[in-house]
Design a protein around this ligand. Sequence first.
Ligand SMILES: Cc1ncc(COP(=O)(O)O)c(C=O)c1O
Length: 483
Amino acid sequence: MTAEEFRRYGHRLVDWVADYWSGLADRRVTPDAPPGTVASRLPAGPPERGESFEAIVADLDAIVVPGLTHWQHPAFFAYFPANTSGPSVLADLVCAAVGVQGMLWATGPACTELETVMMDWLAGALDLPARFRSSSTGGGVIQDSASSATLVATLVALFRASGGRWRTEGIDRRYAIYTSTQGHSSIEKAARIAGAGDGAVRLVDVDDTLAMRPEALRSALDADLAAGRVPALVVATVGTTSTGAVDPLPEIGAICAEYGVWLHVDAAYAGAAAVCPELRWSQAGLEHADSYCFDPHKWLLTGFDCDAFWVADRAELIQALSVLPEYLRNAATESGAVIDYRDWHVPLGRRFRSLKLWFVLRWYGLEGLRAHIRSHVAMAQDFAAMVGQDDRFEIVAPHPFALVCFRLRAADGSASDGSASDDSTEDLMRRLNESGRLYLTHTKVGGRTTLRLAIGAPQTTPEHVAAAWDLIRATADAVLPPT
Ligand SMILES: Cc1ncc(COP(=O)(O)O)c(C=O)c1O
């Protein structure tokens, strides 16, 4: 493709993106074609001769778009949001175009230095403890995902707990990892990958708000110590995946300090809220954490993938992960004056992801990002108020951010009885999602089926939320037997 061809088709595709975004509200949120539809429309193999760009774009519209779940749709309320935005997409275009491999400072000085500064900017924007800044003992790095951040935290925690033996000898079965019953599945996966095994993970009991009970953590630590195990890592969550619960960091942090255990705080979703001072209560106690992460790619207008991960002691992280083969040696590394981010995560190679943070932070400014978060939090509170006024529904968990968990009460109006209302709640969700007019997902709370409505798509307005509630109410009329 020549530069002139790229210019022509690039302009065309930028128009395509702008049209896609502006037409989203008129589409179904999820496709209605059965599994296999997209694959069945693709040829068995690649063409022998190159095709025209027109043909490629035509198939993009004809084959791919009808098979999309539209995550940027204003009525996308499923899972957690996965924001993107104009400045983020344009930064990714530059990232792809320059094709920089930022594994070493020497292979990408701008890639490395912009990332260090962006992580410090973000730490300031969220008012994170000073020890996470690069000017102190710590520093930040962009990981692809919160799962990778948890994996890296697990590796360094095992390195520390084993007195360095994890690095040289691997690990035995002695180590224990703690999270609440609501902790994310990536914690178990990290334990597996790190070699500790699923069996190392203790799921600590929670309180009525679904937050970890510190005294239950203490009991689990004591029981393991008594059994000759070595507590290596506690993963606390700010904003659990299921309901958005917030673990009590001050108490958990004090326990981790007392037992000498690494504390990783996973705020994958809710961490973005800390751009708003009034929502920073959720990270009180973070000064105890050894590592912390949140996903700008969830709720901060930065396209996937972009997880922001900080450690309080970068030297320990580097010691745990650094391997320096001859072919990567260079004068800058040997001077000790530069950061080589290859030592801060699992892959060697890395893209220039800080560009999208830079574009997003500059385009929106902190005021713009606060407005983005505040608008979703306000819409979620309004939605919860509407649900609370309808006797057929109950709210089942606190909703300090923009996730509201609710379900149908039992037919007799009692909140306690289980299976009949579970069937109705599941039927309600199925009908809502099949309508294509919104998309939400479910969880289990106290063993009962619960709907999660997560507000976070950049285009969502109070009108979309009101329309969603109208549809939910009307569908409940069809699901529930008349009283
Ligand atoms: C609390 C929490 N941790 C980790 C993750 C995994 O995030 P990622 O897809 O960035 O690995 C999620 C995803 O929703 C999450 O909610």
